[in-house]
Design a protein around this ligand. Structure first.
Ligand SMILES: C[S@@+](CC[C@H](N)C(=O)[O-])C[C@H]1O[C@@H](n2cnc3c(N)ncnc32)[C@H](O)[C@@H]1O
Length: 366
């Protein structure tokens, strides 16, 4: 039990990293048209620290928001300057008191434009804006679900360790959303069907490399690229970050330019599924009408008018797709062969590609 608690605490700690304003700005610029007269909820965000809260407070009037609700979880550690909202935890690490801030009016109070409209204290001088405590601030709690019901669009970076539950809840309440997650989440059995059925897709601003996130003072900085910036803030770099959304944007309707021609020599056919292996998205042939296995990063370029998604082969999903059992005699060449995973032959040796999404070109140029 003690071990279980320790592991849970470790996972919770890993969830503590904070999104940069520049990343929020780069993505949000693609969606301004969706926000007019809408209630926005940031439900994994301490308003005193979250750049999501700051972004929406600063752009409240430009976006024409009706309301901004931001909730803070009582499991989050104390980071910044809101010690007035903490209390004595004895020897335990101090934790935040769960609370919510509801903003319905943002005014430049002294009219000189110098007021930082993202400052919660200043926003709360307006009687129309309210801070109140919550029981836990857990996005799954009853009171937070009531706030979710009221919201039109949810925008945040939720804890990665709870991503499955988090997105399932958004779908259950039929909410529009724009959230940060890890690219590998698309292979989750709860998430992939949403991608395949065009209920969720990637946002346009992050499609490769890593992103910088600020972290608490006790977060280990032992990976490459971590450090302390010129303002003394600690940061880590996280690979594979993506925006997941069901808000439409222009890029997902742009056609992927296909320049390669199909040949059986260059595109091996899988031994256990009727599809060809395409190891790079840029190599998708323009003249192939059958199924193709492509890397999951294809989804950064996915246009639902151009391609159909048939399935994926991570975990058990290969079995669901009807992959044939592998030839047991080949085990001697590749000990990691397993049923439910794609493989093809190269020079008489079975090759197993990394996670693949199976797609079909809707309009091949034959
Ligand atoms: C990846 S961090 C991102 C924080 C903030 N949204 C941002 O982008 O800067 C996830 C946050 O969710 C909080 N959190 C963890 N479990 C939660 C829960 N069950 N309900 C609500 N928030 C939670 C964590 O304390 C953490 O601050």
């Amino acid at each position: 039990m003690a071990n279980k608690n320790l592991n849970a605490a470790k996972t919770a700690k890993k969830d503590e990293f904070y999104t940069q304003m520049s990343d929020i700005e780069m993505e949000l610029q693609h969606y301004w048209q969706h926000f007019h007269d809408k209630v926005v909820l940031c439900n994994c965000d301490d308003p005193y620290e979250s750049n999501f809260f700051k972004y929406f407070a600063l752009h409240f009037n430009h976006l024409g928001l009706k309301k901004l609700i931001c909730t803070c979880y009582n499991g989050s550690p104390i980071q910044g300057d809101e010690l007035t909202l903490s209390f004595d935890f004895g020897d335990e690490e101090p934790k935040k008191i769960a609370h919510k801030v509801v903003i319905t009016e943002v005014k430049d109070l002294n009219g000189d434009g110098a007021v930082d409209l993202s400052d919660v204290r200043i926003l709360l001088q307006n009687d129309k804006n309210v801070l109140s405590t919550l029981e836990t601030g857990d996005f799954r709690s009853k009171e937070c679900i009531e706030l979710l019901k009221e919201a039109d669009i949810v925008v945040t970076n939720p804890p990665f360790s709870l991503f499955r539950e988090y997105i399932a809840q958004l779908m259950e309440y039929e909410k529009k959303f724009l959230i940060i997650g890890n690219v590998n989440a698309i292979t989750y059995k709860e998430v992939f069907p949403l991608i395949m059925n065009n209920k969720v897709w990637f946002g346009p601003s992050i499609s490769s490399g890593d992103r910088k996130f600020n972290v608490p003072i006790d977060y280990p900085l032992n990976a490459a690229g971590c450090g302390i910036d010129s303002n003394g803030k600690r940061f880590i770099r996280v690979k594979g970050v993506r925006w997941f959304t069901n808000l439409d944007h222009k890029k997902r309707h742009e056609e992927l330019d296909l320049v390669c021609r199909y040949s059986p020599e260059e595109y091996p056919t899988y031994e256990n599924y009727d599809a060809i292996e395409v190891s790079k998205t840029s190599d998708i042939p323009y003249d192939y009408s059958g199924a193709m296995g492509v890397p999951i990063t294809f989804l950064d370029k996915y246009n639902p008018e151009q391609f159909e998604i048939i399935g994926q082969t991570q975990g058990d999903s290969g079995k669901e797709l009807g992959l044939r059992p592998y030839d047991r005699a080949l085990k001697k060449y590749n000990k990691s062969l397993r049923d439910g995973q794609l493989y093809y032959m190269k020079n008489g040796i079975p090759e197993k590609p990394y996670a693949r999404v199976l797609i079909r070109n809707k309009y091949p140029r034959l």
